[in-house]
Design a binder for this molecule. Structure first.
Ligand code: HEC
Length: 208
């Protein structure tokens, strides 16, 4: 743009006239106006904002990105859960589960409540692992929990662990079905309560 054109532009703007650029394509011409200040301010402001934001969030420790926030919150939650589990495990063993937890009606009732919300779909309310459909017994995905067999160990803490951690990674599961780690959804106390409930339903399996 030479100085004549700039002058012409300023003059035209002052007069409120519209300047068109010389070239024309398909009968269409372009305006040759200075963009309004509010527009330019937003435009350059946007560029400046991007640089500041990008530097503060991605190249310094001043602010955290959403991803970093999520990772640190999940880590904090996991640490809290781990601590809770460690605290529960510290006071929990086979003998305690049998003699204290599984004989306490309040604990067993709490375990039964947890069971009826989370477990009946696959293990059935009567723990048989079977569903009655018009007189026919149809197996559910879970194993029966009253058959005297404890696939991952028959000690109370083995039962606690299979519920807490779910099917081990190296196990093919039961007919290809694996159980999730309930420790991700339930508190260690709830897992212990539901274990106590299962023990109370199988007293012979867990004698002394
Ligand atoms: C979505 C279906 C499903 C739900 C819901 C479920 N389980 Fe399971 N459960 C299974 C499957 C499948 C197995 C067999 C896993 C394997 O063989 O690795 C199993 C195995 C078990 C075992 C080992 C049984 C044995 O005979 O060794 C226990 C104990 C158990 N579940 C308890 C629970 C408890 C307690 C809950 C509720 C908190 C629950 N399950 C909820 C599917 C389920």
């Amino acid at each position: 743009m030479n100085s004549d054109e700039i002058k012409r532009g300023t003059y035209a703007r002052e007069k409120g006239e519209v300047i068109l650029r010389e070239h024309e394509y398909d009968g269409i011409q372009e305006f040759d106006q200075k963009l309004p200040n509010w527009w330019l301010f937003t435009f350059y402001g946007g560029i400046a904002w991007f640089v500041i934001h990008w530097t503060l969030y991605y190249h310094t420790e001043v602010f955290q990105t959403d991803q970093q926030k999520i990772v640190s919150q999940v880590t904090a939650l996991q640490e809290k859960k781990d601590a809770e589990l460690a605290a529960t495990l510290a006071s929990l063993d086979d003998a305690t589960l049998i003699s204290k937890w599984s004989t306490d009606p309040v604990i067993v009732a709490a375990g039964e409540a947890t069971f009826s919300i989370n477990c009946v779909a696959c293990h059935a309310a009567d723990l048989s692992g079977m569903m009655d459909v018009g007189g026919n017994k149809i197996p559910l995905p879970g194993l029966p929990l009253t058959d005297g067999e404890w696939k991952y160990g028959a000690k109370p803490m083995d039962v606690f662990n299979i519920i807490n951690k779910g099917t081990p990674v190296d196990s093919p599961g039961h007919n290809g079905a694996k159980m999730q780690a309930w420790g991700q959804m339930l508190t260690p106390k709830q897992v212990a309560e539901v274990t106590a409930f299962l023990i109370s339903k199988n007293p012979k399996d867990f004698e002394g």
